[in-house]
Design a protein around this ligand. Structure first.
Ligand code: ADP
Ligand code: MG
Length: 238
C-alpha cells in the first residue's frame, strides 16, 4: 500500500488544455472517489497516475517516489476498466494469472495467488470456465481478480460498473467495498454517478472542466457544498 500525491498537474492534448493544475492527496489505504461530468478529465487523471499518459507540468508521487518518468509496469498500480476485455480463449484461471505468467513468476506462486483471489471474489467454482460461460457480474469479478493477483500498491478503477445493469451495479458496489475492507489497498475510483460516489467513498473529489471543485467526506459535501456546481452535482440545495 502507498499514498498517492498529485501535485499541480497540467495536461494538454495538442492545443486543448484538459487538466488545469490539479492537486489531490490520496492517503495510504484510502478509498477515494473521483466524480464529475463526462469529459471533465477523470480518465486522463487516472491514466497519468498509471503512467499511460505523460504529464505536461507538475508531479505525481506514489509513496515517497516521484513517478513522472517511471514506466507503467514499474509503478505497481493495477487498473480496472469499464471494458474489461478478458481473453476469450483462456479460462478464468488463465485470465487471472496472465500478468504473472508474463512476468515469469513461479508457477506455484501463480496458482496460490489465483486461488486466493478467486476465494476472495467467490470465483473458486468458476476457475475452469471460459469468459463466454460467465455472467456480466462474474466477468467483472474476473477483471478485478486480474488486478488483485498482482497485489499492487494502488488500485485505479475507471467506471468499472458502467456496463452492468442497475441491480448488478448496486451489488458490485457492495462487493468492491467489501474487498477494500479486506485488502485495504489504496484505491482511486472514478465514476460520473453521484449515488455511487456518495455510497462508496471515504472522501470524494468533485471535478469539473479539468479542475478540482471540492474535496471532502460525502456528507460534508452534501451539507456544505463549496459552490453551486458541487451543490447541483451532489444533489443538495445550495
Ligand atoms: P472523463 O473521463 O472525465 O469523461 P477524459 O479524461 O476522458 O474525461 O477527457 C477529458 C478531455 O480530454 C475531453 O475533452 C476529451 O475529449 C479529451 N481527451 C481525452 N483523451 C484525449 C486524447 N487522447 N486526445 C485528445 N483529447 C483527449
Ligand atoms: Mg472517462
Amino acid at each position: 500500500m502507498a499514498s498517492v500525491s498529485v501535485r499541480s498537474v497540467h495536461k494538454s492534448f495538442d492545443d486543448l488544455a484538459v487538466i488545469h493544475g490539479v492537486s489531490i492527496d490520496i492517503n495510504d489505504g484510502e478509498f477515494l472517489v473521483l466524480v464529475g461530468p463526462s469529459g471533465c478529465g477523470k480518465s486522463t487523471l487516472l491514466r497519468m497516475i498509471a503512467g499511460l499518459e505523460d504529464i505536461n507540468d507538475g508531479e505525481i508521487a506514489i509513496g515517497d517516489t516521484v513517478v513522472n518518468d517511471m514506466a507503467p509496469k514499474a509503478r505497481d498500480v493495477a487498473m480496472v476498466f469499464q471494458n474489461y476485455a478478458l481473453y476469450p480463449h483462456m479460462t478464468v484461471r488463465q485470465n487471472m494469472g496472465f500478468s504473472l505468467r508474463l512476468r515469469r513468476e513461479d508457477k506455484n506462486m501463480i496458482r496460490e495467488r489465483v486461488d486466493s483471489a478467486a476465494q476472495i471474489l467467490g470465483l473458486t467454482q468458476l476457475l475452469n470456465r471460459l469468459p463466454r460461460q460467465l455472467s456480466g457480474g462474474e466477468r467483472q469479478r474476473v477483471a478485478m481478480g486480474r488486478a488483485i493477483v498482482r497485489d499492487p500498491q494502488v488500485f485505479l478503477f475507471d467506471e468499472p460498473l458502467s456496463n452492468l445493469d442497475a441491480k448488478l451495479r448496486v451489488q458490485m458496489r457492495t462487493e468492491i467495498k467489501a474487498l477494500h475492507q479486506r485488502l485495504r489497498t489504496t484505491s482511486v475510483y472514478v465514476t460520473h454517478d453521484q449515488v455511487e460516489a456518495m455510497t462508496m467513498a471515504e472522501r470524494i473529489v468533485v471535478m469539473n472542466l479539468g479542475r478540482v471543485e471540492q474535496v471532502g467526506r460525502p456528507l460534508d459535501l452534501y451539507d456544505r457544498p463549496a459552490n453551486l456546481f458541487v451543490a447541483g452535482f451532489i444533489g443538495s440545495p445550495a
